[in-house]
Design a protein around this ligand. Structure first.
Ligand code: XUL
Length: 547
């Protein structure tokens, strides 16, 4: 390895594109981000998505992402960084699908470096927009796929998840049913991670198991696309899907277009892309370590962790994806993450400091008042009709009550819906934007009865992509590096902060009449499967009269 062998991770998330350059030699990192709302106002996005006439339908114009990629690589070139990159890997928001026509393959290989990326590829799409992970419009298709594959338990066992609205299988099925002519013009269906990787490599890129298992199309035990699952989704799907890899691999070099236009060395290698959550797993140093779990407080809130093998548990929610080293990870995802926190913060004219201060000053348990923060349709639990519910006399105008209620709700939902994973770790790593908020960290620590720890680098997905590029490249060209060693060089765990739980606060959540029991009852009531939670709220207030 030369001193100038640096590695690039590109994370195309819901709201921004982040580039992270790392040097495993010195441990140095350099990052820059472009936000879609501010950078590309012509697309009219708010929080990275355009307004929609149907709250269940969330589609994005892929040309906005392409413009952002062009601008990001131009910035990196201007900083003199692209010429030092030995390998690059992409991280992307998971599940979104990109539909390409028969012109795509030739166009990707033959772009003219004198021209910008977006106009060069504008003609390669067979569908103008891409459904992304926030889309919940495929309920009917999920039911059809479930019936075709023999029920929920069978789909979950085969593909790692029950049929899930935002996943590629149901999305492709809906597209095929509603626009059969456009489907027949579709030569290739990429996930967002493989699409961006294809732009870098100048050819159709494979999809990895981290992202590919989040489709309802793969057999997670054999690590291949499942004939039965593809057949249940749409005809002729196999020839339209990318190749599936079960562990990280180098897939080729950057295209001549990339080298010439952005100043990469022609020998710069491209490593298979992955989803943002599997990349975060790598960026947090969790590959190979099943004893720590992570919570990501980003646009989506997610909880995930490494598993040495695929578990055989009965469950109705959560997902199993593959990892960079060919093993497995669990994941549970909530749509009402940072955008829900923002709605409450902005609604009361607060800044993040004020939001955090309220959490530090108010009483854990919120005197038995609970919010179900479904500002948007929710993924976990499945709630298709948006609408915030308040219980225990929580007034909509009460700033402090609502700030605490939204933070407690999110932490309790993560805690309760991860129960199927089994063993709870004593420490949780927290990443993404929300990990800068001391109040949120304190609520998480108390609800999880565990220490929470943050990292110096908050963009763990971009960092993870860079580490995946480094890992694959170093193991091919030397000196070989294990995940531990690589993460040790770059991931500075000690540089973050540690928040310990308070025993008294934790008791208010975990006692038999604690707030977790209240929250569970509110959720069951709202879903129409349980009685009014009033009795539980009364019991909480009797047990904790001072709370
Ligand atoms: C995970 C999920 C989201 C997206 C967006 O299943 O849908 O976390 O990856 O970040």
């Amino acid at each position: 390895m030369l001193k100038e062998d640096w590695f690039l991770g590109l994370d195309l998330s819901t709201q921004s594109l982040t580039a992270m350059v790392v040097s495993p030699e010195s441990g140095a990192t350099r990052q820059l981000s472009i936000h879609f709302d501010q950078g590309y106002p012509g697309y009219g996005t708010h929080g990275g998505v355009p307004p929609s006439y149907d709250p269940l339908r969330v589609h994005v114009d892929p040309l906005m992402w392409v413009e952002a990629l062009d601008d990001t690589l131009s910035l990196l070139r201007r900083e003199g960084l692209t010429g030092r990159i030995a390998a690059v890997a992409v991280s992307a928001q998971q599940h979104g699908t990109v539909y390409l026509n028969h012109l795509a393959e030739t166009a990707l290989a033959g772009l003219n470096p004198a021209n910008a990326l977006a106009p060069g590829i504008a003609g390669i799409f067979s569908r103008k927009s891409c459904p992304i992970w926030m889309d919940s419009s495929t309920g009917r298709e999920c039911n059809e796929i479930t019936a075709a594959l023999g029920g929920n338990a069978a789909v979950t066992r085969l593909t790692g998840s029950a049929a899930t609205e935002r996943f590629a299988g149901p999305q492709i099925r809906k597209f095929h049913k509603e626009e059969p002519e456009a489907y027949s013009r579709t030569a290739h269906i990429a996930l967002i991670s493989s699409f961006v990787t294809s732009l870098l490599a100048g050819c159709f890129a494979p999809v990895d198991a981290g992202d590919g298992f989040g489709t309802n199309l793969a057999d997670i035990r054999s690590g291949t696309w499942s004939q039965a699952a593809m057949g249940a989704a749409a005809p002729g799907l196999h020839q339209r899907l990318p190749r599936l890899t079960v562990r990280d691999e180098r897939i080729g070099r950057v295209s001549p277009y990339m080298a010439e236009r952005f100043g990469f060395r022609p020998e710069t290698e491209v490593v298979v892309g992955s989803g943002d959550n599997p990349c975060s797993l790598a960026g947090l140093g969790l590959i190979g370590n099943p004893n720590l779990h992570a919570v990501s407080l980003g646009t989506s809130d997610t909880c995930f962790g490494y598993m040495a093998q695929i578990p055989d548990v009965e469950r109705t929610e959560g997902h199993i994806f593959g990892t960079a080293d060919g093993h497995a990870m669990f994941l549970i995802c909530f749509k009402n993450g940072s955008l829900a926190r923002e709605r409450v913060k902005d609604g009361f004219g607060l800044g993040w400091e004020g939001f955090s201060r309220i959490l530090m000053e108010t009483s854990p348990g919120n005197r038995g008042r609970v919010m179900l923060p479904y500002f948007m349709p929710e993924i976990t639990p499945r709630v298709l009709k948006a609408g915030v519910r308040r219980f225990g006399g929580l007034a909509a105008a009460d700033a402090a009550g609502n700030v605490r209620a939204v933070a407690e709700a999110q932490a309790m939902a993560i805690y309760l819906h991860c129960a199927w994973v089994g063993k709870r770790p004593g420490r949780i790593l927290v990443t993404a934007g929300g990990s800068e908020n001391r109040g949120l960290l304190t609520v998480l620590a108390d609800v999880f009865e565990a220490e929470v720890q943050t990292m110096e680098v908050k963009e763990s997905a971009a960092l993870g992509a860079a580490l995946r590029a480094a890992h694959a490249w170093l193991n091919a060209h030397g000196p070989p590096a294990g995940w531990d060693e690589l993460c040790g060089a770059v991931v500075k765990t000690g540089a973050g902060r540690i928040v310990k739980p308070s025993a008294e606060a934790s008791r208010r959540y975990h006692a038999p009449n604690g707030l977790l029991a209240v929250y569970k009852a509110c959720e069951r009531f709202a879903l129409g499967v349980g009685p009014d939670p009033d009795e539980k709220i009364k019991a909480f207030r009797e047990t904790f009269p001072a709370a």
